[in-house]
Ligand binder design. Structure first.
Ligand code: AMP
Ligand code: MG
Length: 337
């Protein structure tokens, strides 16, 4: 990225302004994490509920102790293994981090991103950068600079364009403030990968259950989220039964004058009749599915469909993160066939 633009962006951050920038997970909307007025601007631009805390992004391991009151042994081990990378750690917050950044909590979420432009921006700014995803609250997270412009163009002074992101789904969030480390949001770094590094890890029971009404511990995970404008329904079951069910439903709705979208895979393109079909990628390629999910959901908005039927993509590994986001985008509407 052009050094002149990075310098300009760092100056905006230092003066309490907002800059959208690429990370390896999704685009972030950044502000000085130690400046309460700057953090407040993030909530205003996104329309984000004020009880939904922000992640503080750091540019070097040494900055961890500037935002955390104490660094538990396991946090050290995990940072060593996974930073820079898509893992966010929740620890007790340092006094320098205002409650405006943590949504009123005494804990803080911290991550060192792996994207070179993100690291360069944080380092040039000289402060930790609070950054949620750079979308309007509730919409699919941005994986392209154009998505950021769609949602926030005109509301923020600067968007750094780093092309398409590599991972496409937000970081794994691990809470280290309890007795057993707990995954509050699944991501690219899986439970198995964490357990190999620090031993037993559990998953917050509020997040993966398909019909859950247990309250998730990460405040942000309780809202309908990652969602396109159209209603989204997941159809889960054996492939041929899913195709048949979707075709039957699509035929009925089309007869009523509705536009029907179908989210499928390369393997099922051509299997659906009379619908707006979009492929998320080859079914066996879990990483491609994660990378394309939000872009495809946004494209359905451009297609102006009334309803989207999605095949289910519930594989192990990063598939768990895809499952979590898709269930939230669908507000847990799932049809079993
Ligand atoms: P985003 O930045 O848009 O990826 O959202 C950040 C996510 O991290 C939200 O779901 C927050 O609720 C969660 N989060 C941030 N800080 C904390 C914290 N201190 N405790 C629990 N969850 C947190
Ligand atoms: Mg977000």
């Amino acid at each position: 990225m052009d050094p002149g633009i990075l310098k300009e962006a760092a100056a905006v951050i230092r003066s309490g302004g907002l800059v959208a920038f690429p990370t390896e997970t999704v685009y972030g909307l950044g502000a000085d994490a130690t400046n309460p007025e700057a953090a407040a601007k993030i909530y205003a631009a996104k329309g984000r509920p004020s009880d939904n805390p922000l992640i503080a992004h750091i540019g070097a391991y040494e900055e961890f102790s500037r935002v955390a009151a104490e660094i538990p042994e396991k946090a050290r081990t995990l940072a060593d293994a996974f930073w820079p990378g898509p893992l966010t750690l929740i620890v007790k917050k340092h006094g320098s981090v205002p409650y405006e950044t943590t949504g009123g909590l005494d804990t803080v979420a911290v991550r060192m991103p792996a994207h070179p432009a993100a690291l360069a921006l944080i380092r040039a700014s000289g402060c930790p950068i609070a950054a949620p995803s750079a979308n309007t609250s509730g919409r699919p997270s941005p994986t392209l600079a154009a998505h950021v412009a769609e949602d926030l163009g005109g509301k923020i002074p600067l968007i750094l364009d780093g092309g398409e992101v590599g991972i496409g789904i937000e970081s794994t969030i691990l809470d280290l403030t309890g007795t057993i480390p707990t995954i509050l949001r699944p991501g690219f770094v899986t439970k198995e990968m964490l357990q190999e590094t620090i031993g037993p890890v559990r998953i917050d029971p509020g997040i993966l259950r398909e019909d859950s009404d247990i309250r998730p511990k990460a405040p942000g995970m309780k809202y309908r989220h990652y969602a396109p404008n159209a209603e989204l329904v997941i159809v889960d079951g054996e492939a041929s039964a899913v195709i048949q069910k979707i075709n039957t439903l699509a035929e009925q709705l089309t007869a009523q004058g509705k536009r029907v979208g179908v989210l499928g895979t390369d393997e099922t393109s051509g299997a659906y009749r009379g619908t707006v079909f979009r492929s998320i990628g080859p079914r066996r390629d879990e990483e491609a599915i994660a990378r394309h999910l939000y872009r495809v959901l946004r494209e359905f908005d451009e297609d102006r469909v009334d309803i989207i039927y999605s095949e289910s993509f519930f594989a192990p590994g990063i598939g768990q993160a895809v499952k979590n986001r898709l269930l939230k985008a669908a507000a847990h509407r799932i049809l079993r066939v």
